[in-house]
Design a binder for this molecule. Structure first.
Ligand code: TRP
Length: 344
């Protein structure tokens, strides 16, 4: 069975987008536009699996949208929208809740991390999070999903759900003329250097909006002075930079800064080290400041300009939701027939 190639991915609107979100997700989304039809979603329904202040969710949703647009995602050629405007995501997620097994979800490591010690007090939504994610992807029968390392397990679950749905409803899928399989097996897409951007204070932790110190991350809307200060204060070690990648292995902070330089300039780490091997961090950091300000300055500026115009952003989201909704409605009609729901 071959399916039309289509990319889907999502970003949660939980406030303060940082360099990790940009290099790990958004910049990759931009690069996929030439090769695929892409659907990029601000996943506000995923965000509320943990408490979100209702006065902060709308600006956070618009901020992610602005980051998409300012980074160069074309909302006319592709689709940009927020999840809650297309009700079919929730509808398909319910069907998937009945396909997925408790045992599968119990194995999800992200739930264990996020729920922490007090599992009894986690929302049911946090537990069922991966079935909604599977619905996001499969309601468009998307074939390719750019995701970071931390979402790979969820994507595997989406593949298992697609497979079990296809098996469980095999006869009905054929009887309704949908061929051999209704859902594709969505594949992870890892493009470019697989950089994980780490905290500027601790090279063993991922850059995160929840780390208390703002010096641990570069926010996309930081101004040039702030970017420079954060990079100058970033943790390093006393040695000069190595001239080969192997030399970065036991040096997580050095590895991270070189990785950031490589990702921002679009060259492999090895090449960065050919240029800076033997240099002191003071020299390398100055070059990194210049590069980061050159790349992120205009992006942050454009984002700040865009969020001043929520009417425009909301019109992009509404247009995207209408176009996404048309595709999703087709899928849901078929799913209802396959499952045996009587429909209008
Ligand atoms: N779970 C993803 C994250 O936190 C966001 C997400 C939701 C997503 N639905 C998706 C990513 C579908 C890819 C495809 O990063």
């Amino acid at each position: 069975m071959t399916f039309k190639e289509r990319v889907f991915s999502g970003v949660q609107p939980t406030g303060n987008l940082h360099l990790g979100n940009y290099l790990g997700a958004i910049a990759r989304f931009v690069a996929l536009q030439d090769k695929f039809d892409c659907i990029y979603c601000v996943v506000d329904m995923h965000a509320i699996t943990v408490w979100q202040d209702p006065t902060e969710l709308p600006p956070a949703t618009r901020e992610v949208t602005a980051a998409f647009l300012a980074s160069g995602i074309d909302p006319k050629k592709h689709i940009v929208f927020n999840q809650s405007q297309v009700a079919e995501h929730a509808e398909l997620a319910w069907v998937f809740n009945c396909v997925a097994r408790m045992g599968w979800l119990n194995r999800m490591t992200q739930f264990k991390e996020k729920a922490g010690k007090d599992k009894e007090n986690a929302s049911v939504g946090l537990f069922a999070y991966p079935t909604l994610m599977a619905a996001d992807i499969l309601v468009y029968r998307a074939t390719h999903v750019p995701v970071g390392e931390d979402q790979k397990q969820h994507l595997e679950l989406a593949r298992d759900i697609a497979q079990k749905f296809n098996n469980d409803f095999d006869a009905s899928i054929k009887a309704h003329g949908f061929g051999e399989a209704f859902f594709p097996q969505p594949e992870p897409l890892i493009t470019g250097p697989a950089t994980r951007i780490m905290s500027l204070r601790d090279g063993s932790k991922k850059m995160s909006k929840s780390e208390p110190s703002d010096y641990s991350r570069i926010n996309l809307t930081d101004d040039a002075d702030t970017i420079a200060q954060k990079i100058r204060k970033a943790k390093t070690d006393p040695e000069p930079l190595p001239s080969e990648e192997k030399g970065l292995d036991p040096r997580p902070e050095a590895d991270n800064l070189v990785g950031i330089y490589a990702a921002l300039s679009g060259v492999p780490k090895a090449q960065v080290l050919t240029q800076f091997g033997g240099a002191q961090f003071s020299v390398f950091k100055s070059a990194l400041v210049d590069l980061a300000v050159e790349k992120l300055g205009p992006l942050g500026g454009e984002m700040k300009r865009m969020v001043q115009d929520p009417v425009y952003i909301d019109s992009v989201l509404a247009d995207g939701a209408a176009r996404a909704g048309a595709i999703a409605a087709e899928t849901m009609k078929a799913v209802k027939d396959i499952v045996g729901f009587v429909r209008r």
